[in-house]
Design a protein around this ligand. Structure first.
Ligand SMILES: CC(C)(COP(=O)(O)OP(=O)(O)OC[C@H]1O[C@@H](n2cnc3c(N)ncnc32)[C@H](O)[C@@H]1OP(=O)(O)O)[C@@H](O)C(=O)NCCC(=O)NCCS
Length: 135
């Protein structure tokens, strides 16, 4: 996951293997491992799920891998009792926003200037939500 994350992410900084291991040791945290070259990392707390990160290696994009891992995250989260899923995405991340829009997420709020973009400029974070009951 750390290798994919490092290849996929320009900003913010990629997470190390140790950071992934520490996250996966937390209760309710899980990674999808259905197909290689991509993953989703999520967490369920009571009836809410959070997508912590999602990435596809740049050499394997537009093949449906992120869509498949996002669906696996939804399936696992629902099986763990979550009724809805949340995520944060940078407002200027057009590929991820297209993916989340197509997967049924809607914008629930905006965190102004939450991220620092590649050029140092502040970028808004969109908080998005999707109900999990409909599968
Ligand atoms: C966003 C990301 C995970 C998409 O991964 P992917 O495996 O290429 O995505 P998929 O092939 O499953 O795409 C599914 C849908 O998402 C949308 N999408 C994905 N990449 C897109 C792009 N570059 N431009 C426009 N829409 C895009 C499309 O609707 C696509 O469906 P289509 O190919 O039938 O048109 C990948 O670009 C990535 O790793 N980016 C860097 C990390 C990141 O931003 N993660 C999200 C953090 S919130």
């Amino acid at each position: 996951m750390a290798a994919i994350h490092a290849a996929a992410m320009s900003t913010p900084r990629p997470w190390s293997g140790g950071e992934f291991a520490a996250l996966l040791a937390l209760p309710g945290t899980f990674a999808t491992d259905i197909v290689p070259h991509a993953f989703a990392l999520g967490r369920v707390t009571l009836d809410e799920a959070e997508l912590l990160t999602l990435a596809t290696h740049p050499d394997h994009r537009r093949l449906g891998l992120a869509r498949a891992h996002l669906a696996a995250f939804h399936h696992r989260a629902a099986a763990c009792g979550a009724a809805r899923a949340f995520l944060e995405v940078a407002a200027d991340n057009a590929p991820a926003r297209a993916l989340y829009d197509a997967a049924g997420y809607t914008t629930a709020g905006t965190r102004r200037g939450y991220y620092t973009g590649a050029n140092g400029a502040a970028v808004d974070a969109l908080v998005m939500v999707r109900w999990l009951g409909a599968g």
